[in-house]
Write a protein that binds this ligand. Structure first.
Ligand code: IMP
Ligand code: MG
Length: 184
């Protein structure tokens, strides 16, 4: 990788190789926006961002969707340690909007085991939306315990833990403008 932009983490020993670069992100987000625009023609999808990791992706994606959209956000916390999901999920911040009859598009930063998403999907489906689909920026290959049924996927990535473009370790590195592997 050449010509990396200067970042606040220059020289940080925890930031490893670039996994998805800034330009790749931009290009793929544009494609996903075009796909969503075509698929939801004539409708106004409700984007449900999963805080906090999805905020960069959702902000960029929304601007590539040529339809009226609405935003809502949910925060969930999974009991478990910092880098491993336990599958037991608790809602920390619920949605503000009523989902009945809405076309809901869950926007997630990364799907690892798929447990967080499985919980979210089930929870949102119980609120009588017209549809629920998922748009995930990243999917860590091979680890999903159940088929997560993802309508839109940005990139499939290898097993390394990653940070940047919204993804964090202990709330750090979210403003790194690309996705990088995290070195312990
Ligand atoms: P899952 O329930 O195992 O699919 O975990 C998904 C959640 O774990 C994501 O929404 C992230 O918040 C977090 N997560 C998983 N892998 C990473 C990573 O590589 N970097 C940062 N957060 C991650
Ligand atoms: Mg998350």
């Amino acid at each position: 990788m050449t010509d990396l932009p200067a970042t606040p983490y220059e020289g940080d020993p925890h930031i490893g190789d670039v996994v998805v670069g800034t330009e790749e992100l931009q290009k793929r987000v544009r494609q996903l926006g075009a796909e969503i625009t075509a698929d939801y023609e004539g409708r106004a999808p409700l984007l449900v961002g999963v805080l906090k990791g999805a905020i960069m992706f959702m902000a960029d994606l929304a601007r590539e969707i040529a339809l009226p959209v609405e935003f809502d956000f949910m925060a969930v916390s999974s009991y478990g340690n910092a880098t491993k999901s336990s599958g037991v999920v608790r809602i920390v911040k619920d949605l503000d909007l009523d989902l009945s009859g809405r076309h809901v598009l869950i926007v997630e930063d990364i799907i690892d085991s798929g447990l967080t998403l499985a919980y979210l999907r089930k929870n949102l489906l119980a609120r009588h939306p017209a549809s629920v689909e998922v748009c995930a920026l990243l999917v860590r290959d091979g680890l999903q315990k159940r088929d997560p049924d993802l309508r839109y996927v940005g990139f499939r990535i290898p097993p390394d833990f990653v940070v940047g473009y919204g993804l964090d370790v202990s709330d750090r590195y979210r403003n790194l403008p690309y996705v990088a592997s995290y070195l312990e």
